[in-house]
Design a protein around this ligand. Structure first.
Ligand SMILES: CC[C@@H](C(=O)O)C(=O)SCCNC(=O)CCNC(=O)[C@H](O)C(C)(C)COP(=O)(O)OP(=O)(O)OC[C@H]1O[C@@H](n2cnc3c(N)ncnc32)[C@H](O)[C@@H]1OP(=O)(O)O
Ligand code: CO
Length: 134
């Protein structure tokens, strides 16, 4: 079952500036952001909590990954929506039954969570991530 919206992700070219801007917008301070690098996705990421969900700001670590490609082609902006589930395997089996198949096998995302992505072509041109706490 999908429980909640875990995060809404925005691709940015300068993470530190984006953290300043978004914490100013939300009404908190930059030290409220949880920042980490996820080399497997070629990103540096900041999470800002809002109520029960989060904004995820994504900056490319290098020119190889999906965020670098996205910025090059589309520029900064909304990148994906992540939905939280308690059982990623069960949920992806369920979606496969509906003809919606993940792009790749589950991998480890930020905060050591298990994540999987769906092709935006299958979801009305919005990239969807499923995420499970381990
Ligand atoms: C921090 C870790 C983790 C977490 O814990 O939360 C993350 O969030 S990591 C986030 C970054 N990782 C990913 O995005 C992984 C999944 N993404 C992919 O596999 C690829 O980016 C992609 C979606 C399959 C597209 O890759 P690729 O085919 O290499 O890029 P193209 O530029 O050729 O795009 C093809 C097609 O897809 C459209 N597209 C690309 N990105 C998006 C997007 N974010 N939202 C909507 N549509 C997107 C792109 O416009 C192309 O469309 P057409 O031009 O119509 O073919
Ligand atoms: Co994400």
């Amino acid at each position: 079952m999908i429980k909640s919206i875990d995060h809404i992700a925005i691709a940015v070219s300068d993470l530190d500036k984006a953290v300043e801007r978004y914490t100013a917008l939300i009404g908190t301070t930059p030290d409220a952001a949880r920042i980490e690098e996820v080399p497997s996705e070629h990103v540096r990421v900041a999470f800002l909590s809002i109520g029960g969900t989060k904004i995820e700001l994504l900056e490319p670590l290098n020119s190889d990954g999906p965020i670098a490609r996205f910025l090059e082609k589309k520029g900064e902006g909304l990148h994906h929506i992540a939905l939280e589930t308690e059982d990623l395997e069960e949920e992806t089996r369920r979606t496969a039954g509906e003809g919606i198949i993940p792009i790749s096998e589950p991998s480890t995302g930020a905060n050591n969570k298990k994540v999987v992505f769906f092709n935006p072509k299958d979801t009305n041109r919005v990239l969807i991530e499923f995420v499970q706490k381990l």
